[in-house]
Design a protein around this ligand. Structure first.
Ligand code: AMP
Ligand code: ZN
Length: 476
């Protein structure tokens, strides 16, 4: 499989550190608010990557953090703490906010068929690990104390800006409008590993540490949580493209300084869901959530389908018109699969043909997870001359990755036909009700009405016969 790697800026052949196994880390949500559907685009595409790696036969272990402390509203260690901001807004404690929005996040994931990672670790559960890593970084000379905080010293690295999009001169850290420069920093790109009360007196969650009572910076959590569960060699690190700098750049800096060798080989970044006025965010424009889409009558999986129709490395423009188009196409796709249902039960699966019609799907996914081509490959499966059972099986297999509930929805839509009567469910219910009414009429000696009901049933193309075992009926 080839994957675009933000580190090498090209499509690289994917070769995991340990053959057959993949360690995968995903930056989890900051749980101070609901996830918007832009955040969820990233998690959908990461989910597809994980599921495809499993489909391709890898044994995947995936870890995700939950940011419940330390993420400031400015990515460069400035502004308010996002969690504290959420708690103030809702007049709740930080832990209450974290619990509520973590649950809400996983409820959204469930609606979108996003699998929960093997390990989900809130940052507040790993404070000892952060402290230990910071102590090592201090000991190795990669960190320093200033003004009560501990900073990572980026000048100690041979190369800091790994994702080449960022030129040093463009990064005027601390001189953005309205943001005061942090005078404690030795270099403008340095970042905080540990804050103490010297910076934010109103921080609700604080821990004792050798550096003073305080709390961790945002970046350290992902390095430590990843290494705790996945060791010193990480295969794939995922996140939205806005995480590439400074978050992932800082993760690499501190992780590699800590372990002394290369840490993560492949960096997978999902590009943004945009609106017509730019990147979707929680503070700008309509706050688009899964619940809002549901309230408006959309099936959340129509949104998943919408995301799959485009490549993860391209910006995707959200509009209700675009979503409507995807929703219509999704419904039609299900109807086409449903039309195969009856025939699929009568035919058999041809294993060789199955492998043949599934191959284009794998080819699309092997080429940097080209989901839009993979969706085309799914339509092509329906067009082949394979038996209905073979097509049905191919759809089921492809859907183990795409996760559009295609089989369950097609089955629910397919009209079940009773073998003996040749009638579908709705007609069966109707005829049984009429037969009961006829029996009641007969019992009341109302033979005229009983005969009228028999005629009514006959007019609907159904023949009824009185037998010693009761009334039998079948399509004429
Ligand atoms: P947050 O909860 O803000 O930490 O973000 C969670 C994830 O969503 C991160 O991987 C972000 O990079 C990603 N993200 C944020 N905004 C967008 C967007 N508009 N489109 C796609 N992904 C996004
Ligand atoms: Zn992270």
């Amino acid at each position: 499989m080839k994957l675009y790697n933000s580190l090498t800026r090209q499509k690289d052949e994917f070769i995991p550190h340990e053959p057959g196994k993949v360690s995968m880390y995903t930056c989890g949500p900051t749980v101070y608010h609901f996830a918007h559907i832009g955040n969820l685009r990233s998690y959908i595409m990461e989910d597809v990557l994980e599921r495809y790696l499993r489909y391709a036969g890898y044994d995947v272990t995936r870890v995700m953090n939950i940011t419940d402390v330390g993420h400031l509203s400015g990515d460069s260690d400035d502004g308010e703490d996002k969690m504290l901001k959420g708690a103030k807004r809702e007049k709740k404690s930080v832990l209450e906010i974290a619990k509520f929005y973590t649950d809400a996040f996983f409820a959204d994931c469930k609606e979108l068929n996003i699998k929960t990672p093997d390990v989900v670790q809130p940052a507040t559960g790993c404070i000892d690990e952060f402290i230990h890593a910071i102590e090592v970084l201090l000991k190795k000379g990669y960190a320093y104390e200033a003004g009560g905080n501990i900073y990572f010293d980026t000048s100690k690295l041979k190369q800091y800006y790994v994702f080449n999009d960022f030129e040093e001169e463009d990064l005027a850290v601390g001189v953005r409008e309205g943001v005061e420069a942090d005078g404690n920093k030795r270099n403008k790109a340095d970042f905080v590993l540990w804050f103490t009360k010297s910076k934010f007196d109103d921080q609700e969650l604080k821990w004792e540490s050798p550096f003073g009572l305080g709390y961790p910076g945002w970046h350290i959590e992902c390095s430590c949580i990843s290494m705790k569960y996945l060791g010193e060699y990480l295969d794939i690190h995922c996140g939205g493209i806005d995480n590439a700098f400074p978050h992932h750049t800082n993760e690499i800096a501190q992780s590699e300084a800590y372990i002394g060798h290369e840490w993560c080989k492949y960096w997978f970044h999902v590009h943004h869901l945009n609106t017509n006025s730019g990147k979707m965010s929680k503070s700008k424009g309509e706050f688009l959530t899964v619940s809002l889409l549901k309230d408006k009558g959309y099936d959340p999986l129509a949104y998943r389908f919408f995301c799959l129709q485009s490549h993860y490395r391209k910006g995707l423009v959200f509009s209700y018109e675009n979503l409507d188009n995807a929703a219509v196409a999704y419904k039609k796709l299900i109807a086409r699969i449903a039309a195969l249902a009856a025939e699929a039960k009568k035919t058999t699966v041809d294993a060789a043909k199955l492998a043949e019609i599934k191959a284009p799907f794998a080819a699309a996914m092997d080429n940097d997870l080209n989901t839009s081509l993979a969706v085309t490959a799914l339509y092509d499966v329906l067009k082949t001359d394979a038996s209905a059972a073979t097509k049905w099986q191919a759809v089921a297999d492809l859907d183990s990755v795409l996760q559009l509930d295609l089989i369950a929805k097609a089955e629910a839509q397919a009209v079940p036909v009773k073998e003996e009567t040749g009638l579908d469910e709705a007609t069966t219910a109707w005829v049984e009700e009429r037969i009961a009414a006829r029996a009641a009429a007969k019992k009341a000696k109302n033979y005229a009405e009983a005969d009228a009901i028999r005629a009514e049933i006959l007019a609907a193309g159904i023949e009824i016969t009185d037998t010693k075992d009761g009334v039998k009926y079948k399509k004429i």
